[in-house]
Design a protein around this ligand. Structure first.
Ligand code: MHO
Length: 203
């Protein structure tokens, strides 16, 4: 299916960003993922000098295949929204890109509280600046897969963090996505046999 001319972007804090990078990357309709730091005020944060920022995943998606509500389903189901994180680095937060996202996220937050009768600790805020994290955090699961990580890093170079294929593979090596979709992707890849062999072994 052809990608839409215009993609949309969502940004979420849901604990250590390695996990959600893989989870969203596996989803059909996600075009690109990036991990980074946002939600604070400290200029130019890094992993070891985060200041008041939070680890977040940024998800670029095709609105003809996925809605913001679809992403919020995954967001709410996959982070600890009922208790405030002791570290701001790992807090749950929706960083809305516009008023529409902000209202949708707030509506979902209210609905979750109404359904469960529990207090939701996760915040809904407006995104200011997203600072891309260091390369070694991008698609961490894929990067740390023996053989595959190093080979793809060499083949993709600067595109490693930005490609749809690496987003999908990052999700698949982490165990997301169904076996059929994994097989279809691997069969379509023009990559060294050592890489394909290792991927098939893992899938
Ligand atoms: N290595 C840390 C989390 C890293 S995440 C990028 C841990 O597993 O505790 O914050």
């Amino acid at each position: 299916r052809a990608a839409a001319a215009e993609t949309q972007t969502a940004t979420f804090g849901m604990g250590c960003f390695w996990g959600p990078d893989a989870r969203f990357g596996a989803m059909e309709g996600v075009v690109r993922t990036r991990v980074g730091y946002a939600g604070g005020t400290t200029p130019d944060p890094t992993y070891h000098a985060l200041g008041d920022h939070t680890e977040v995943v940024q998800v670029e998606y095709d609105p003809e295949q996925l809605s913001y509500d679809d992403l919020l389903d995954v967001f709410w189901a996959n982070h600890a929204w009922a208790s405030a994180s002791p570290k701001r680095q790992y807090r749950g937060v929706v960083l809305a890109h516009d008023d529409g996202q902000r209202q949708t996220a707030q509506r979902r937050r209210d609905a979750l509280e109404a359904e469960t009768g529990q207090n939701v600790a996760t915040a809904v805020e407006t995104l200011d600046t997203f600072y891309t994290a260091e390369d070694y955090h991008q698609k961490y699961e894929l990067r740390s897969t023996p053989v595959v990580g190093d080979e793809l890093d060499a083949i993709y170079g600067d595109a490693f963090a930005d490609s749809t294929v690496t987003a999908r593979l990052n999700g698949f090596v982490a165990g997301h996505g169904d076996p059929e979709r994994r097989a279809v992707l691997v069969d379509a890849l023009d990559l060294p046999e050592s890489v394909l062999e290792e991927l098939r072994r893992r899938f």
